[in-house]
Design a protein around this ligand. Sequence first.
Ligand code: IVH
Length: 675
Amino acid sequence: MTNAERVGWLREEIARHNHAYFLNDAPTIPDAEYDELARELRALEAAHPELRVDDSVSTKVGAPVSTVFDPVTHSEAMLSLDNVFDVEELRQWSHRVAKTLQREAELIRFVVEPKIDGLALSITFSAGRLVQAATRGDGRVGEDVTENVRTIRNVPSFLEGAGGRVEVRGEVFLAREDFLEMNRQQREVGAKEFANPRNAAAGSLRQKDPRASARRPLSFLAYQLVDLDGALDFTYYSETIRQLAEWGFLTAGESRVEEGAEAMVQRSSWFEGHRHDLLYDIDGAVIKVDDLAQRELLGFTSRAPRWAIARKFPPEERTTRLLTIEVSIGRTGRATPFAVLEPVVVAGSTVSMATLHNQDQVALKDVRPGDLVIVRKAGDVIPEVVAAVPEAGRRRAKKWTFPSRCPVCGEPLVRRGEESDTYCVNPTCPAQVHEQIVHFASRGALDIEGLGEQRVAQLIEAGLVADVADLFFLRVEQLEVLEGFGELSATSLVREIANATHAPLSRVLVGLGIRHVGPVAARELARQFHSYEAVASAPLEELEAVEGVGPVIAQSVFQYFREEESHDRVARFHEAGLALIEPRDESTLETTLAGKAVVVTGSVPGFTREQAEAAIVARGGSSPGSVSKKTYCVVVGEAPGASKLTKAEEMGVPLVGAGEFEALLRTGRWRDSLH
Ligand code: IVH
């Protein structure tokens, strides 16, 4: 291929992906591969000026404007950011900045922020009132989404003390938790899942009916204040962000002003290390020159400011070949289809299997053996197949069909009523028994050390266990003859199992694997009823009345205790001497904050103001309303108060991100302070 041909091909590819990404909210390749194409095109255009054209996709931001919403012309173009992909390129950028400013790179103030994987939004306020909101569109003209944006809970509708016209720009996104929950709901109703938080956010914001938008848990984070009247007077960008926070906008709590290029580079790497600890998904860090006068000197290229750069982190999505589709049977009998993949490294670990969730999802995604597929880590842990990548001219295998029989025990698989899941309903299915025992022994349940997947399989194989209760009757002589066991390991396993007979009821309830009963519901049930007998004989209404236990969980618990196997199992538990009670006073907390004053400003996710303060007091600390020299630290939540932050900085009191709050409660310490 000649350079001219390659450039032509790249332009077409990029335009095609742009359309899929921006207009259909359905990307066809992982972001990182898209970036790679764009980078190659720009490099070729730079090296061969004769190949440049005026309207190359390389100079365009985003996609054409759709026809669903009214067009809005932006007061100032909404530009994109240039990218760098490693520390070296980032240093080179800082040197270019330093050269233009004729200053040493170590003397420049940079702000380092998370690069949120959402979509850019501009909100205009007039005399403090929200009057218009628009998407970025092609950068010059966006879409009018005012009514939808009014339904976003953390966008203030009135800005105290903001006269005239101001524009606030930032990112609309779905918090990680909200995204996972939305996809869970999509699966439940048999709808197609969203490929990533960005697409889910875009789809949610661009709903034709604002009421539909309102049902989606969108959030907005502000990162730019555009002064439309030229009436504001700020020297630093960081001051404008503080102003935004004072007006009630969410701003990035992890942002930091850094003096000099090296500190800036280090902070950007901090984001890479903590990318999974934040509220939102990030695909990089954004670095901005803090001094607004310096920004003027640096100016813009046609697509991006020269005073800012995005450091993109390695992708968490990869493409690979799907080899076959198989079905695994879980402890509740649920049959989950999964893809066997050509091994590929995703987010630092090798993935060779990925879930396809259920029958409907395979059908919707229409992935087939032999396809090239996009794989991603969902919620950081379980890899999943996002979509198949179309390959022109390649013959595909025929559509995959869900098996009608359990691949392990051969009994028919059943799909009940409206549910999207399929089950093996044979209670003695070896796959189910295996998973139940592994779960029973797992860390979140009875925590029996030395009893993992392999040993459980061995015990079942040897005919020593067919139910969790059988574990308590194992004898050293039976174990020590098995392969891989010796007298020592056999004795130690029997001792571990004997220890587990003292486990509190809540752990046993988790271990039993009752459908829908997780650690929270188990603890509440155990606290309320104290003994196994009391939970087992509780009427439905009493179960439903327990905090954190809704009708679905109550029904499932009620039913579980009325099954014959449950009666047999508990009889054997008694015979083995299990305690099966919840100690009454296990809630004495450690006084990790004894004598320490912790000030909270802004809202800490997962806590109301009162709960956060109560949690501090319960651990021996105090939570005064203002900062003094004696303050141990200030916990900075969403929309923190500027005066507390300033005071803390003046007095040298450490600022701790809201993400550290739980660690602080547990240990009395934090890993990283903000200043
Ligand atoms: S500043 C002119 N800051 O990334 C500068 N953008 O790839 C405008 N983004 O269009 C952007 N986090 O949608 C900025 N902290 C952040 C950001 C951020 C995410 C998005 C934004 C932008 C895109 C560029």
